[in-house]
Design a protein around this ligand. Structure first.
Ligand SMILES: Cc1cc2nc3c(=O)[nH]c(=O)nc-3n(C[C@H](O)[C@H](O)[C@H](O)COP(=O)(O)OP(=O)(O)OC[C@H]3O[C@@H](n4cnc5c(N)ncnc54)[C@H](O)[C@@H]3O)c2cc1C
Length: 430
């Protein structure tokens, strides 16, 4: 490896690779260090990849990237212990190019994406774990993998080491995330033949669906379960706020087992072989708890900077965009030959102007709103299910009496709490 790089990127996830690619394209010398055996080896997501933001990072990716299925519909399910309710949006506009989104498996996708950064001129080195940053005169000047020979110097470090970034913590850019600032997710990839997937989910050949599942899918905790259809497998997972898991003593692996055994879900995965099992944190502190994202000689991107929108299932695209914006700030800093915190604060400026911060600002109170109301994903699904059962059951009871019974069920809800929930929801989602 060379002596002094313009930039060292720690982590070959979407944030690190898009930063590396953009900097290399601008002519900077860039090295990426990744602790996994290869990019994507240790990475976990659901995972839905959005076309438009990915196209902006890697033009023409649809023709060469390892993609699973175009996602032609979104299903939302609400589970109680025994029942399932749902809504589906399917449109031909998502089923014809240009598609809106694809299901993707991280391991092949990350390897492909890292290849694009290499094509642009970045050097990507797997099996290098950065254990610390090098400091000189109050500025970051490089990284170390733990021994003298592992010291690499650069003008700017891009910290892209993902959720719970230890490096950003080490240099005091953020503290350890609190349990209310992160969700813990368990996920499995379950193999099934393509024709079985298409029959079970009523999909045209080669097309895919995304299911987001609330209520019993998380044992009523704040979070959601998901099923995404891949070409020859399903990604199924569930996760909840760490604070709630700790408080209730529930284990996310057990919750996933419960979801898989639910009478509405079990037939969808029946006969499938589990290929992969993983667990991962999602940083969800968002706008109100955003860490400092730059310092002298370093910037923080992607999950390491808490740039995740859990309400809209967006993380990968925000990671890529933040990497690109950091790259732009570093290219400008190089033109000024100034990598001070003042100069790199341009990155925060670009973030603030971007869709990332606009969206994170919009949802900034959602987690606090929902966390303060543990009854939301328990009481309302049970009420809706009881009302639906009453409405649909044909049992000789006159319809008017049924209507009165359903009204009585709704009226039994504490009125103050209902009002507070409605106002709180409107305020936090407005
Ligand atoms: C279960 C789950 C489902 C999700 N579903 C979706 C989805 O459907 N759509 C979506 O857009 N987002 C989704 N996300 C969020 C998305 O995965 C993340 O926002 C995104 O991966 C963040 O990218 P990143 O590059 O910042 O971090 P990561 O992808 O975590 O990459 C960090 C990289 O840094 C490496 N690394 C860490 N420490 C070191 C070190 N010290 N030295 C060297 N390398 C290091 C890691 O090995 C890793 O490769 C999901 C997340 C989870 C956990």
């Amino acid at each position: 490896m060379d002596d002094l790089f313009d930039a060292i990127v720690v982590g070959a996830g979407p944030a690190g690779i898009s930063a590396a690619k953009a900097m290399a394209e601008a002519g900077l010398s860039v090295v990426v260090l990744e602790r996994g055996q290869f990019p994507g080896a240790k990475n976990v997501w659901g995972g839905i990849l959005y076309r438009e933001p990915t196209e902006a990072m890697a033009p023409g990716f649809e023709n060469e990237a390892p993609l699973e299925r175009p996602i032609i519909e979104q299903r939302y399910l609400l589970l109680t212990e025994e029942a399932m309710m749902g809504a589906t949006y399917r449109t031909q506009r998502f089923a014809t190019p240009p598609y809106n989104a694809y299901s993707v498996l991280r391991s092949p996708f990350d390897q492909w994406f890292a290849g694009k950064a290499e094509e642009a001129g970045a050097e990507v080195y797997p099996e290098f774990t950065v254990v610390d940053l090098l400091w000189e005169d109050g500025a970051v000047v490089g990284v170390t993998t733990g021994d003298a020979e592992g010291e690499l110097r650069c003008r700017c470090v891009v910290i892209a080491d993902g959720a719970n970034s230890l490096l950003a913590q080490k240099i005091g850019l953020h503290r350890e995330w609190a349990p209310i600032e992160q969700a813990l997710v368990a996920k499995e990839v379950i193999a099934l033949p393509p024709d079985v997937i298409e029959a079970r989910f009523a999909l045209p050949s080669g097309m895919g669906t995304a299911l987001e599942i609330f209520g019993e899918s998380t044992a009523g905790l704040l979070g959601y379960g998901f099923i995404y259809t891949n070409r020859e497998s399903l990604s199924i997972g569930t996760g909840a706020l760490l604070a709630d898991l700790i408080e209730t003593g529930l284990n996310v692996n057990d919750i996933l087992d419960r979801l898989k055994a639910h009478p509405a879900i079990a037939p969808l995965i029946a006969g499938g072989e589990t290929l992969e099992y993983s667990g991962h944190l999602i940083p969800e502190g968002g706008y109100n708890r955003l860490p400092q994202v730059y310092t002298d000689g370093a910037v923080v991107v992607g999950d390491a900077a808490q740039l995740v929108n859990p309400v809209n299932r967006e993380g990968g695209n925000l990671a890529m965009l933040s990497g690109k914006l950091a790259a732009q700030a570093i290219v400008e800093a190089k033109a000024r030959d100034d990598f001070s915190a003042m100069s790199l604060s341009r990155y925060r400026e670009l973030l603030d102007e971007s869709v990332i911060m606009q969206d994170l600002h919009k949802i900034r109170n959602v987690t606090d709103f929902a966390h303060a109301r543990p009854h939301l994903l328990r009481d309302y699904p049970n009420l809706l299910s009881a009302m639906a059962e009453e409405y649909l059951r044909v049992d000789g009871v006159p319809k008017k009496a049924k209507q009165q019974k359903m009204l009585a069920m709704a009226k039994a809800l504490p009125k103050r709490r209902l009002l507070d929930d409605l106002i709180g929801a409107a305020r936090s989602l407005a």
